[in-house]
Design a protein around this ligand. Structure first.
Ligand code: SF4
Length: 453
């Protein structure tokens, strides 16, 4: 297996929820297709009189509920996930509305209601397929098949991966990473930073600017979530809870149970924003987008953490996310929720320990404890919506992250008998053994026993 070569900004991406495969990648597809269209010879562009968009696989099965139609529409109109307004998708709620697409020299009318939710089972090489066709009468002027391959990544035939450098300190496991730290007398965040520079060619200032923007988006999601009340979109009719919980925490001056309520409220808030289709950070996925923001918010607002501590803690958390992605998975469809909320909780616990000034061993122990106690967690979203159990599960993941940090930081480090590599190995094996029904199919567990939606 090659060493970890994932970039920070591939793991933590900004974009509208509730599911990166259903919103972030389709939005990019709409944007890139329009860019291609504008490169066509002028004569062809002027002939164009129709745009046909077909969706396949789970984009067809659950795309409507997950906002795929709205995401593609916003991409066609020039919005990109990482720079768009947090509530951008709400502009496109009315699927009967017509929009003018800019073909450079010509406007083409398109209505999101004309998008075709095609076959769920099909012959294309990836489940989540989108086909964009620009036509003049029955003639095809331009066609591109896009694949949403998970985590917001978009692929198409002939796509060339951007050139990447080799990591300065190659590692595949925590043991190897630890060896580099020891041999080079480095700290964990320094190593992750050095690798990011080598892999992406970015300099330190650019990386920190990117990290600060990620933190800003996380905080914005929490802030908006704790101020918003009402019912979440979709047929379940689920009420938002974050604002109520936050008010209670405030009434208790964030002390004692009030502190735990605040932690819960922050995780619920960012998850509710995700469920609403507002912008979040995939940390490491949209479904688990509430855990790390809750810990960041607690650190900044209640524990006095400084910007540098947050940056360094985030880099430590990213190391944990890389290892989980590399040696197991961060996809509920592959290993169940242990790979989403479980990994988020392990990352958040490492963030907390590192930002509080603990060194490597406590940070690793904190991540391991959080991971260990999520092993076997299944993915069974009710009705296919990232709401039940996902939203409360994020709150549980944040509280477990905090508790794992407490256990790791208050006991003698040497008491810990399980290392992180072992916990990740167990997660991968458990994921392989887990019945397919419990891996984002909504065919078992709560998704089966809660049937009213
Ligand atoms: S239950 Fe499934 S969809 Fe929900 S957060 Fe967990 S992995 Fe994601």
């Amino acid at each position: 297996m090659p060493p970890v070569r994932t970039s920070i900004f591939q793991l933590l991406k900004i974009g509208p929820g509730p599911s990166s495969s259903h919103t972030i990648a389709p939005m990019k597809a709409g944007y890139y297709f329009m860019k291609l269209v504008r490169k066509l010879p002028r004569k062809k562009r002027l002939q164009a009189d129709k745009l046909r968009i077909r969706l396949f696989g789970s984009l067809s099965a659950t795309g409507e509920g997950h906002g795929t139609r709205r995401a593609i529409m916003s991409g066609l109109l020039g919005y990109l996930p990482d720079t768009c307004h947090p509530n951008v998708l709400e502009q496109f709620d009315d699927k009967t509305q017509e929009y003018e697409l800019d073909l450079d020299g010509k406007a083409l009318t398109y209505s999101p209601g004309s998008m075709i939710f095609d076959a769920i089972k099909h012959q294309y090489s990836h489940s989540n397929t989108m086909i964009f066709t620009l036509m003049a009468g029955s003639e095809t002027l331009l066609e591109r098949v896009y694949y949403s391959i998970g985590g917001g990544f978009l692929h198409w035939e002939g796509r060339k991966d951007p050139k990447r450098g080799e990591p300065a300190y190659p590692y595949k496991t925590m043991a190897q990473l630890k060896e580099h730290l020891r041999a080079n007398s480095m700290r964990l965040h320094e190593l992750i930073l050095a690798n990011e520079k080598a892999i992406t060619g970015m300099n330190e200032a650019e990386i920190y600017q990117g990290l600060d923007h990620i933190v800003e988006v996380m905080e914005r999601a929490v802030e908006h979530g704790i101020q918003t009340r009402g019912v979440l979109p979709g047929p379940i009719g689920l009420h938002r809870k974050a604002a109520i919980m936050y008010d209670q925490a405030k009434a208790e001056h964030f002390q004692g149970p009030g502190f735990v309520k605040a932690l819960n409220a922050y995780a619920l808030a960012a998850s509710e924003e995700n469920a609403s289709g507002h912008c979040v950070v995939t940390a490491p996925t949209c479904g688990a987008a509430g855990v790390i923001p809750a810990i960041v918010f607690i650190l900044k607002r209640h524990m006095g953490a400084l910007q540098d501590e947050i940056r360094e803690g985030l880099l430590a958390a990213i190391a944990i996310g890389f290892l989980c992605k590399h040696n197991a998975s961060i996809s509920g469809a592959e290993v169940g929720c242990q790979g989403e909320v479980g990994v988020a909780s392990a990352m958040a616990s490492a963030l907390l320990a590192y930002a509080r000034g603990y060194r490597f061993q406590v940070t690793e122990n904190a991540a391991e404890i959080a991971m260990e106690h999520h092993l076997g967690l299944t993915c069974d979203p009710v009705g296919g919506y990232v709401q039940i159990p996902c939203i409360e599960r994020n709150a549980m993941g944040a509280v477990k992250a905090y508790n794992a940090y407490l256990i790791a930081s208050t006991l003698d480090e040497s008491y810990q008998r399980v290392d992180l590599d072992k916990a990740i190995e167990a997660m991968a094996q458990t994921g392989r053994d887990m019945s397919r029904k419990y891996k984002e199919t909504s065919l078992a567990g709560l998704a089966q026993s809660v049937t009213e939606c």
